[in-house]
Design a protein around this ligand. Structure first.
Ligand SMILES: Cc1cc2nc3c(=O)[nH]c(=O)nc-3n(C[C@H](O)[C@H](O)[C@H](O)COP(=O)(O)O)c2cc1C
Length: 199
């Protein structure tokens, strides 16, 4: 980690202007994702987070397929902005797809019936933690990334193309690349209205 934790948290932004010229190898990206997913916390240490890391042509294939799926749905006259958006993701170096393993969740529901209705919620919360760690860690290595949601539109394509187990439920796609444009200014709500403190 090149920065301290709080400055890495502050530096993580949604970066939409990216190209494929990243300064680290796809192997290093994979190492960061594995480390992040391994150490992110999960309810009951269930470790339900799963990830698929796509680089290069695999990444392009994902966004070409997403574009064609959307083209079949969006009226041709309105398609240009959608196409431009998808092309901006395709221009990146890779995508990390986040899933949650559903069998494990069902097992926990059976084992701990008192919490049965909580496990799907905790699974999403655990996934959010894993997604945040990966996003922050990639940006800490000089990459730019944004979080996208094209599920369930792309679920079948992803599952078939990369032979993903049926029990993995796709939640989100983190697109990353070399940052070529600064993020938009971020407006913050007053923090003292959001955090109540008693000391
Ligand atoms: C749960 C969640 C879902 C999000 N979904 C999307 C999305 O579908 N597309 C997108 O461009 N950004 C998405 N974002 C990014 C937010 O819009 C962004 O984090 C927020 O505006 C703050 O900006 P920042 O990331 O630069 O700090 C999502 C973020 C979170 C935490």
């Amino acid at each position: 980690m090149s920065k301290n934790f709080s400055s890495a948290v502050e530096s993580r932004r949604s970066i939409y202007g990216i190209d494929a010229e990243i300064k680290i190898s796809p192997e290093r990206v994979a190492e960061i994702v594995k480390h992040s997913v391994k150490h992110a916390p999960s309810a009951f240490n269930s470790q339900t987070a799963r990830a698929l890391v796509l680089s290069g042509d695999h990444h392009k294939k994902l966004w070409e397929a997403t574009k064609e799926i959307l083209r079949a749905m969006v009226p041709a006259a309105n398609f240009a902005p959608t196409e431009a958006k998808i092309n901006s993701f395709r221009a990146g170096a890779g995508t990390v797809l986040f899933f949650e393993e559903q069998t494990k969740i069902a097992e926990l529901q059976e084992k701990f019936p008192t919490y049965a209705d909580r496990f799907p919620l905790w699974s999403l919360q655990s996934s959010g933690m894993a997604q945040f760690v990966v996003w922050t860690a990639l940006e800490d290595e000089g990459l730019g990334a944004s979080l996208q949601h094209y599920s369930p539109l792309v679920d079948e394509f992803v599952q078939t193309e990369w032979k993903i187990p049926g029990e993995w439920k796709l939640l989100s796609q983190l697109v990353f690349g070399n940052p070529i444009a600064a993020p938009a200014e971020k407006i913050f709500a007053p923090i003292d209205e959001r955090v109540i403190v008693f000391v």
